[in-house]
Design a binder for this molecule. Sequence first.
Ligand code: ZN
Length: 101
Amino acid sequence: MYPTESTGIRVYHRCGGCGKKQEFINSGKFRVNANGKSVDVWLIYRCKKCKHSWNLTVYERTKPCKIPADLFEAFEANDMETAFEYGRNIDFLKKNNAELK
Ligand SMILES: [Zn+2]
């Protein structure tokens, strides 16, 4: 299943693996790093060519109480629907310097 079919948005970014701009695909997986009172959450995209990963910031050094519990659970469960919601979120993508087509 190609997430581009689910979101209709193609995401391009300079790939550290290929060394040039490539299309990146929403992996549907989140990475959560809870460190004491602060939480970081990323959504992982992968280069379509070489699978090099690119972490897009969802939450950065955020107090756990600021993240809705059901949303946090969705991150930890790698909920695909939630991942695609972010994949359709233009503000989120632009904040991460994604080039959209
Ligand atoms: Zn690549």
